[in-house]
Design a binder for this molecule. Structure first.
Ligand SMILES: C[S@@+](CC[C@H](N)C(=O)[O-])C[C@H]1O[C@@H](n2cnc3c(N)ncnc32)[C@H](O)[C@@H]1O
Length: 214
């Protein structure tokens, strides 16, 4: 994976490595480093015991990968749109969950369709922002916020460092976020409802779940 990432980053294309990674996996989930073939437990916990009310059924999953989070939402009754920049991932996810009424789309978070702006009651982002280098993260986070309807909720799961210094020293992907980066969600008009995490690992990082309302 590292060679693929470096080749694309070096060529000024920070998201170009995802499609070849999924394509080269050839249908083997063990060749996709983040594929657990299950919804993220932070998401299922959240859905079991929501921190705030989600006021409508429209949900969108950002960087859906192999689709487990989208499937979880659909099986709980949400009207789900799920998208990823990698066509091979979207095809794969759609095949895995062909029995569920999910709208699968190939789209780049940084240029999402106009019809998606402010259109979702629940926006779910799991480990996409952390897989993007710092240069495009602010834009990515603001784009995530922009998908939420007024009053809509964003639930985001990301690797976070305890400080900017730890984040700078952390080699990725994933690239741990500095706590200060959350300002990009605020800039998108989101108010923070909660920030939850376990104790940091020895390297000063932890997987954080943040909840926001627009
Ligand atoms: C680390 S993976 C996580 C996938 C999935 N959310 C999960 O938790 O298994 C990051 C995903 O984000 C997708 N992605 C990266 N940049 C993207 C962008 N700009 N727009 C849409 N999807 C993107 C990648 O193709 C990949 O599927």
């Amino acid at each position: 994976m590292r060679a693929l990432v470096e080749q694309h980053l070096g060529g000024g294309d920070p998201i170009g490595w995802f499609e070849p990674l999924y394509d080269q996996a050839g249908g083997r989930p063990d060749a996709v480093p983040w594929a657990h073939l299950a919804p993220h437990p932070y998401l299922t916990d959240w859905l079991d015991d929501p921190l705030v009310e989600v006021e409508g059924p429209r949900a969108i999953v950002v960087g859906c990968g192999l689709g487990d989070d989208a499937a979880e939402l659909a099986s709980r009754g949400f009207e789900v749109t799920a998208f990823d920049v990698a066509p091979s991932a979207v095809r794969w996810a759609a095949e895995r969950f062909a029995d569920l009424p999910i709208t699968w789309e190939v789209a780049d978070l940084l240029t999402t369709p106009e019809r998606w702006q402010g259109a979702f009651d629940l926006v779910v982002e799991v480990r996409t922002v952390q897989s993007l280098p710092g240069v495009i993260r602010d834009a990515a986070m603001q784009a995530i916020g922009g998908l939420a309807a007024p009053g809509g909720v964003v639930v985001a799961v990301a690797l976070m460092a305890t400080s900017t210094e730890v984040a700078r020293a952390h080699d990725g992907p994933p690239w741990a976020q500095a706590p200060s980066e959350l300002a990009a969600y605020r800039a998108a008009g989101l108010d923070q409802v909660a920030l939850e995490h376990p104790d940091p690992e020895e390297d000063g990082t932890m997987e954080v779940r943040t909840t926001w309302r627009r």
